[in-house]
Design a protein around this ligand. Structure first.
Ligand code: NCD
Ligand code: ZN
Length: 365
Protein backbone atom coordinates (compact mmCIF):
# COMPACT_ATOMS: atom_id res chain seq x y z
CA UNK A 1 0.00 0.00 0.00
CA UNK A 2 1.31 3.48 -0.79
CA UNK A 3 1.21 5.65 2.25
CA UNK A 4 -1.59 8.16 2.25
CA UNK A 5 -0.82 11.81 2.93
CA UNK A 6 -4.16 12.22 4.69
CA UNK A 7 -5.83 9.75 6.98
CA UNK A 8 -9.29 10.26 8.45
CA UNK A 9 -10.41 8.28 11.48
CA UNK A 10 -13.02 8.43 14.15
CA UNK A 11 -11.99 10.85 16.86
CA UNK A 12 -9.71 8.90 19.22
CA UNK A 13 -9.72 8.56 23.02
CA UNK A 14 -6.80 8.43 25.43
CA UNK A 15 -7.31 5.57 27.87
CA UNK A 16 -4.43 6.55 30.19
CA UNK A 17 -3.63 10.18 30.92
CA UNK A 18 -2.13 12.31 33.71
CA UNK A 19 -3.64 15.80 33.84
CA UNK A 20 -2.35 16.91 37.28
CA UNK A 21 -4.02 19.93 38.88
CA UNK A 22 -3.86 23.73 39.12
CA UNK A 23 -1.57 25.57 36.70
CA UNK A 24 -0.20 22.31 35.28
CA UNK A 25 -3.72 21.07 34.52
CA UNK A 26 -4.54 24.32 32.73
CA UNK A 27 -1.31 24.09 30.71
CA UNK A 28 -1.58 20.46 29.57
CA UNK A 29 -5.32 19.81 29.21
CA UNK A 30 -5.85 21.86 25.99
CA UNK A 31 -3.39 19.68 24.08
CA UNK A 32 -5.30 16.49 24.81
CA UNK A 33 -8.77 18.01 24.51
CA UNK A 34 -7.97 19.42 21.07
CA UNK A 35 -7.57 15.92 19.65
CA UNK A 36 -9.06 13.27 21.95
CA UNK A 37 -12.76 13.04 22.81
CA UNK A 38 -12.39 11.23 26.13
CA UNK A 39 -9.59 10.34 28.47
CA UNK A 40 -9.21 8.03 31.43
CA UNK A 41 -7.74 10.43 33.97
CA UNK A 42 -5.22 8.99 36.38
CA UNK A 43 -5.87 9.63 40.09
CA UNK A 44 -2.27 9.95 41.35
CA UNK A 45 -2.52 13.49 42.65
CA UNK A 46 -1.08 14.38 46.05
CA UNK A 47 -3.19 13.53 48.00
CA UNK A 48 -4.61 10.83 45.71
CA UNK A 49 -8.13 10.85 44.29
CA UNK A 50 -9.32 7.98 46.45
CA UNK A 51 -13.02 8.67 47.05
CA UNK A 52 -16.04 9.42 44.88
CA UNK A 53 -16.27 12.89 46.41
CA UNK A 54 -12.63 13.64 45.55
CA UNK A 55 -13.12 12.39 42.00
CA UNK A 56 -16.25 14.49 41.53
CA UNK A 57 -14.38 17.59 42.72
CA UNK A 58 -11.40 16.81 40.48
CA UNK A 59 -13.72 16.31 37.50
CA UNK A 60 -15.22 19.74 38.20
CA UNK A 61 -11.75 21.30 38.18
CA UNK A 62 -10.92 19.59 34.88
CA UNK A 63 -14.18 20.78 33.31
CA UNK A 64 -13.48 24.31 34.54
CA UNK A 65 -10.01 24.22 32.93
CA UNK A 66 -11.33 23.11 29.52
CA UNK A 67 -11.14 25.55 26.63
CA UNK A 68 -14.58 26.20 25.10
CA UNK A 69 -16.06 23.82 22.51
CA UNK A 70 -13.62 20.96 22.85
CA UNK A 71 -16.34 18.35 23.32
CA UNK A 72 -13.97 16.57 25.70
CA UNK A 73 -15.12 14.25 28.49
CA UNK A 74 -12.86 13.31 31.42
CA UNK A 75 -13.44 9.77 32.69
CA UNK A 76 -12.48 9.48 36.33
CA UNK A 77 -10.66 6.73 38.19
CA UNK A 78 -10.39 5.78 41.85
CA UNK A 79 -6.94 5.42 43.40
CA UNK A 80 -7.08 2.15 45.31
CA UNK A 81 -5.50 2.09 48.78
CA UNK A 82 -5.36 -0.50 51.56
CA UNK A 83 -8.48 1.13 52.99
CA UNK A 84 -10.66 1.64 49.89
CA UNK A 85 -14.31 1.32 50.82
CA UNK A 86 -16.15 -0.95 48.32
CA UNK A 87 -19.44 0.88 49.02
CA UNK A 88 -17.96 4.26 48.14
CA UNK A 89 -16.44 2.78 44.98
CA UNK A 90 -19.74 1.21 43.93
CA UNK A 91 -21.68 4.40 44.70
CA UNK A 92 -19.20 6.43 42.63
CA UNK A 93 -19.66 3.99 39.77
CA UNK A 94 -23.45 4.05 40.05
CA UNK A 95 -23.40 7.87 40.01
CA UNK A 96 -21.34 7.91 36.81
CA UNK A 97 -18.25 9.33 38.49
CA UNK A 98 -15.92 6.33 38.34
CA UNK A 99 -15.18 4.69 35.00
CA UNK A 100 -12.49 2.46 36.53
CA UNK A 101 -10.22 1.98 39.56
CA UNK A 102 -6.43 2.10 39.49
CA UNK A 103 -4.10 -0.24 41.31
CA UNK A 104 -0.69 1.20 42.08
CA UNK A 105 1.51 -1.16 44.04
CA UNK A 106 2.79 1.02 46.92
CA UNK A 107 5.82 3.06 45.83
CA UNK A 108 5.77 1.69 42.26
CA UNK A 109 5.78 5.13 40.60
CA UNK A 110 5.05 8.87 40.93
CA UNK A 111 2.73 9.55 43.89
CA UNK A 112 2.26 5.86 44.61
CA UNK A 113 3.24 6.04 48.28
CA UNK A 114 -0.41 5.56 49.25
CA UNK A 115 -0.79 2.60 46.90
CA UNK A 116 -1.71 -0.94 47.79
CA UNK A 117 0.80 -2.77 50.00
CA UNK A 118 -0.68 -6.24 49.38
CA UNK A 119 -3.39 -7.08 46.84
CA UNK A 120 -4.57 -9.86 49.16
CA UNK A 121 -6.09 -7.14 51.35
CA UNK A 122 -8.34 -5.93 48.57
CA UNK A 123 -10.44 -9.07 48.13
CA UNK A 124 -13.75 -7.36 48.99
CA UNK A 125 -12.92 -4.45 46.66
CA UNK A 126 -12.12 -6.72 43.71
CA UNK A 127 -15.20 -8.84 44.42
CA UNK A 128 -17.39 -5.73 44.26
CA UNK A 129 -15.71 -4.48 41.09
CA UNK A 130 -16.27 -7.87 39.49
CA UNK A 131 -19.93 -7.75 40.49
CA UNK A 132 -20.59 -4.25 39.12
CA UNK A 133 -18.32 -4.57 36.07
CA UNK A 134 -15.92 -1.79 37.06
CA UNK A 135 -12.56 -2.28 35.28
CA UNK A 136 -9.36 -2.63 37.30
CA UNK A 137 -6.46 -0.72 35.76
CA UNK A 138 -3.10 -2.00 36.91
CA UNK A 139 0.30 -0.41 37.10
CA UNK A 140 1.87 -3.80 36.55
CA UNK A 141 5.22 -3.66 38.27
CA UNK A 142 6.43 -5.31 41.45
CA UNK A 143 8.39 -3.07 43.79
CA UNK A 144 10.60 -5.74 45.35
CA UNK A 145 14.10 -4.19 45.30
CA UNK A 146 15.54 -7.63 44.60
CA UNK A 147 13.82 -7.69 41.20
CA UNK A 148 15.75 -6.00 38.39
CA UNK A 149 13.96 -2.84 37.29
CA UNK A 150 13.69 -4.12 33.71
CA UNK A 151 12.00 -7.33 34.92
CA UNK A 152 9.40 -5.79 37.21
CA UNK A 153 6.54 -5.93 34.72
CA UNK A 154 7.12 -9.55 33.75
CA UNK A 155 7.39 -10.58 37.40
CA UNK A 156 4.18 -8.72 38.26
CA UNK A 157 2.23 -10.61 35.59
CA UNK A 158 3.46 -13.89 36.98
CA UNK A 159 3.33 -13.24 40.70
CA UNK A 160 0.39 -10.88 41.05
CA UNK A 161 -1.84 -10.61 37.99
CA UNK A 162 -2.12 -14.28 36.98
CA UNK A 163 -3.31 -15.36 40.45
CA UNK A 164 -5.59 -12.31 40.70
CA UNK A 165 -7.48 -12.97 37.47
CA UNK A 166 -7.69 -16.67 38.33
CA UNK A 167 -9.31 -15.83 41.68
CA UNK A 168 -11.66 -13.17 40.28
CA UNK A 169 -12.66 -14.87 37.09
CA UNK A 170 -15.00 -12.13 35.87
CA UNK A 171 -12.89 -9.13 36.84
CA UNK A 172 -12.12 -6.86 33.88
CA UNK A 173 -8.49 -5.77 33.87
CA UNK A 174 -6.37 -3.36 31.82
CA UNK A 175 -2.61 -3.85 31.87
CA UNK A 176 -1.63 -0.20 31.70
CA UNK A 177 1.32 1.02 29.63
CA UNK A 178 2.47 -2.45 28.56
CA UNK A 179 6.22 -2.39 27.87
CA UNK A 180 7.25 -6.00 27.34
CA UNK A 181 6.73 -8.95 25.04
CA UNK A 182 5.68 -10.77 28.22
CA UNK A 183 2.76 -8.36 28.68
CA UNK A 184 1.75 -8.67 25.03
CA UNK A 185 1.79 -12.46 25.32
CA UNK A 186 -0.14 -12.39 28.58
CA UNK A 187 -2.89 -10.17 27.18
CA UNK A 188 -3.04 -12.06 23.90
CA UNK A 189 -3.38 -15.36 25.76
CA UNK A 190 -6.49 -14.00 27.51
CA UNK A 191 -7.90 -12.09 24.54
CA UNK A 192 -10.66 -14.60 23.91
CA UNK A 193 -12.19 -13.89 27.31
CA UNK A 194 -12.71 -10.23 26.35
CA UNK A 195 -11.94 -9.19 29.91
CA UNK A 196 -8.23 -8.37 29.68
CA UNK A 197 -7.03 -5.36 27.73
CA UNK A 198 -3.85 -3.30 27.56
CA UNK A 199 -2.89 0.26 26.79
CA UNK A 200 0.29 1.04 24.88
CA UNK A 201 2.01 4.44 24.89
CA UNK A 202 3.36 6.21 21.83
CA UNK A 203 6.81 6.47 23.33
CA UNK A 204 7.12 2.76 24.01
CA UNK A 205 6.35 2.20 20.32
CA UNK A 206 9.08 4.64 19.28
CA UNK A 207 12.01 4.25 21.68
CA UNK A 208 13.85 1.44 23.39
CA UNK A 209 16.06 1.68 26.45
CA UNK A 210 19.02 2.98 24.45
CA UNK A 211 17.18 6.31 24.29
CA UNK A 212 17.83 6.76 28.01
CA UNK A 213 21.56 6.96 27.42
CA UNK A 214 21.90 8.60 24.00
CA UNK A 215 24.93 10.90 24.29
CA UNK A 216 24.36 11.25 28.05
CA UNK A 217 21.68 10.53 30.61
CA UNK A 218 18.28 11.56 29.20
CA UNK A 219 15.75 12.31 31.92
CA UNK A 220 13.12 13.30 29.35
CA UNK A 221 13.13 9.69 28.16
CA UNK A 222 12.73 8.31 31.67
CA UNK A 223 9.31 6.96 32.57
CA UNK A 224 7.85 4.01 34.43
CA UNK A 225 7.66 1.30 33.41
CA UNK A 226 11.04 2.14 31.90
CA UNK A 227 11.56 1.49 28.17
CA UNK A 228 12.88 -2.00 27.47
CA UNK A 229 15.02 -3.75 24.84
CA UNK A 230 14.33 -3.47 21.11
CA UNK A 231 12.71 -6.92 20.95
CA UNK A 232 10.08 -5.72 23.42
CA UNK A 233 9.44 -2.56 21.41
CA UNK A 234 8.91 -4.70 18.32
CA UNK A 235 6.38 -6.87 20.18
CA UNK A 236 4.50 -3.74 21.26
CA UNK A 237 4.41 -2.45 17.68
CA UNK A 238 3.04 -5.80 16.51
CA UNK A 239 0.37 -5.72 19.20
CA UNK A 240 -0.66 -2.11 18.63
CA UNK A 241 -0.92 -2.61 14.88
CA UNK A 242 -2.79 -5.92 15.11
CA UNK A 243 -6.24 -4.44 14.38
CA UNK A 244 -9.42 -5.19 16.35
CA UNK A 245 -8.62 -6.71 19.74
CA UNK A 246 -7.47 -6.03 23.28
CA UNK A 247 -4.78 -3.37 22.65
CA UNK A 248 -5.69 0.29 22.70
CA UNK A 249 -4.27 3.78 22.90
CA UNK A 250 -3.19 5.17 26.27
CA UNK A 251 -0.54 7.86 26.08
CA UNK A 252 0.47 7.89 29.76
CA UNK A 253 1.37 11.51 29.02
CA UNK A 254 2.80 12.47 32.42
CA UNK A 255 4.05 16.06 32.70
CA UNK A 256 6.62 17.10 35.29
CA UNK A 257 8.13 20.57 35.68
CA UNK A 258 11.53 20.82 34.06
CA UNK A 259 13.08 21.37 37.50
CA UNK A 260 11.85 17.94 38.59
CA UNK A 261 13.20 16.27 35.42
CA UNK A 262 16.60 17.92 35.04
CA UNK A 263 18.04 17.07 38.47
CA UNK A 264 19.87 14.32 40.35
CA UNK A 265 16.76 12.17 40.94
CA UNK A 266 14.58 12.84 37.91
CA UNK A 267 10.86 12.08 38.16
CA UNK A 268 9.46 9.39 35.88
CA UNK A 269 7.10 10.50 33.14
CA UNK A 270 7.06 11.66 29.51
CA UNK A 271 4.87 14.52 28.34
CA UNK A 272 3.62 13.35 24.95
CA UNK A 273 0.25 15.12 24.76
CA UNK A 274 1.35 17.92 22.36
CA UNK A 275 2.19 15.42 19.61
CA UNK A 276 0.51 12.21 20.76
CA UNK A 277 -1.63 11.11 17.81
CA UNK A 278 1.06 12.11 15.30
CA UNK A 279 3.62 10.05 17.22
CA UNK A 280 1.38 6.99 17.09
CA UNK A 281 0.89 7.58 13.36
CA UNK A 282 4.67 7.61 12.90
CA UNK A 283 4.96 4.24 14.62
CA UNK A 284 2.15 2.73 12.51
CA UNK A 285 3.53 4.22 9.30
CA UNK A 286 6.98 2.79 10.04
CA UNK A 287 5.56 -0.73 9.68
CA UNK A 288 3.13 0.12 6.85
CA UNK A 289 0.04 -0.31 9.00
CA UNK A 290 -1.60 3.09 9.10
CA UNK A 291 -4.82 1.34 8.11
CA UNK A 292 -4.87 -0.27 11.59
CA UNK A 293 -4.53 3.01 13.50
CA UNK A 294 -8.27 3.59 13.80
CA UNK A 295 -8.90 0.26 15.53
CA UNK A 296 -6.17 0.97 18.08
CA UNK A 297 -6.91 4.66 18.64
CA UNK A 298 -10.67 4.89 18.27
CA UNK A 299 -12.43 1.51 18.38
CA UNK A 300 -10.76 -1.05 20.66
CA UNK A 301 -10.84 1.13 23.76
CA UNK A 302 -14.55 1.97 23.57
CA UNK A 303 -15.29 -1.69 22.86
CA UNK A 304 -13.43 -2.77 26.01
CA UNK A 305 -15.08 -0.12 28.17
CA UNK A 306 -18.53 -0.79 26.69
CA UNK A 307 -18.87 2.73 25.34
CA UNK A 308 -19.82 3.84 21.82
CA UNK A 309 -17.02 5.02 19.55
CA UNK A 310 -17.00 8.76 18.85
CA UNK A 311 -19.17 10.14 16.05
CA UNK A 312 -16.91 12.91 14.79
CA UNK A 313 -13.63 12.41 12.97
CA UNK A 314 -10.09 13.72 12.89
CA UNK A 315 -7.76 13.88 9.91
CA UNK A 316 -4.03 13.26 10.10
CA UNK A 317 -2.08 15.21 7.51
CA UNK A 318 1.40 14.01 6.62
CA UNK A 319 3.45 17.16 7.19
CA UNK A 320 6.38 17.90 9.50
CA UNK A 321 4.82 19.71 12.43
CA UNK A 322 6.80 21.52 15.11
CA UNK A 323 6.53 20.33 18.71
CA UNK A 324 7.09 23.18 21.18
CA UNK A 325 10.43 23.07 22.99
CA UNK A 326 8.65 23.87 26.24
CA UNK A 327 5.11 24.42 27.45
CA UNK A 328 4.78 27.05 30.17
CA UNK A 329 3.02 25.74 33.28
CA UNK A 330 3.65 28.37 35.92
CA UNK A 331 5.35 31.65 36.62
CA UNK A 332 9.00 30.59 36.22
CA UNK A 333 10.96 28.75 33.51
CA UNK A 334 11.52 25.95 36.05
CA UNK A 335 7.74 25.31 36.01
CA UNK A 336 7.68 24.65 32.26
CA UNK A 337 7.32 21.16 30.81
CA UNK A 338 9.51 19.73 28.07
CA UNK A 339 7.42 17.64 25.66
CA UNK A 340 8.66 14.43 24.07
CA UNK A 341 10.17 15.52 20.72
CA UNK A 342 10.13 19.11 22.03
CA UNK A 343 11.97 21.55 19.74
CA UNK A 344 11.82 19.09 16.82
CA UNK A 345 9.00 17.89 14.57
CA UNK A 346 6.41 15.14 14.44
CA UNK A 347 5.56 13.74 11.00
CA UNK A 348 1.78 14.19 11.18
CA UNK A 349 -0.51 17.13 11.94
CA UNK A 350 -4.02 16.61 13.30
CA UNK A 351 -7.13 18.41 12.07
CA UNK A 352 -10.50 18.14 13.75
CA UNK A 353 -13.47 17.51 11.48
CA UNK A 354 -15.82 20.03 13.02
CA UNK A 355 -13.65 23.09 12.80
CA UNK A 356 -10.35 21.93 11.27
CA UNK A 357 -8.75 23.65 14.21
CA UNK A 358 -5.09 22.85 14.88
CA UNK A 359 -4.00 22.04 18.42
CA UNK A 360 -3.28 25.05 20.62
CA UNK A 361 0.02 26.86 20.43
CA UNK A 362 2.01 27.41 23.61
CA UNK A 363 -0.03 30.17 25.12
CA UNK A 364 2.52 31.17 27.74
CA UNK A 365 1.68 31.52 31.42
C1 NCD B 1 3.52 8.63 35.85
C2 NCD B 1 3.39 9.98 36.57
O1 NCD B 1 4.31 10.79 36.45
O2 NCD B 1 2.37 10.22 37.21
N1 NCD B 1 4.89 8.43 35.46
C3 NCD B 1 5.33 7.61 34.49
O3 NCD B 1 6.53 7.48 34.35
N2 NCD B 1 4.50 6.99 33.69
C4 NCD B 1 3.00 7.57 36.72
C5 NCD B 1 2.81 6.25 36.02
O4 NCD B 1 1.94 6.09 35.18
O5 NCD B 1 3.57 5.31 36.32
ZN1 ZN C 1 0.54 6.68 34.02
Amino acid sequence: MTDPTRLTLRRPDDWHLHLRDGAMLRAVLPWTAAVFARAIVMPNLAPPVATAAAARAYRDRIRAALPPDTGFTPLMTCYLTDTTNPDDLAAGHADGVFAAAKLYPAHATTNAAAGVTDVARLGPVFARMEEIGLPLLVHGEVTDPDVDVFDREAVFLDRVLAPLIARFSNLRVVVEHATTRDAVDFVTAHAATGRIGATITAHHLLINRNALFEGGLRPHHYCLPVAKRERHRLALVDAATSGPGPFFLGTDSAPHPVAAKECAAACAGLFTAPAALGLYAEAFQAVGRLDRLEAFASLNGPAFYGMPPNDTRVTLVHAPTPVPATVAAGPTPADAVVPFRGGATVAWRVERERDARPPPTDRGS
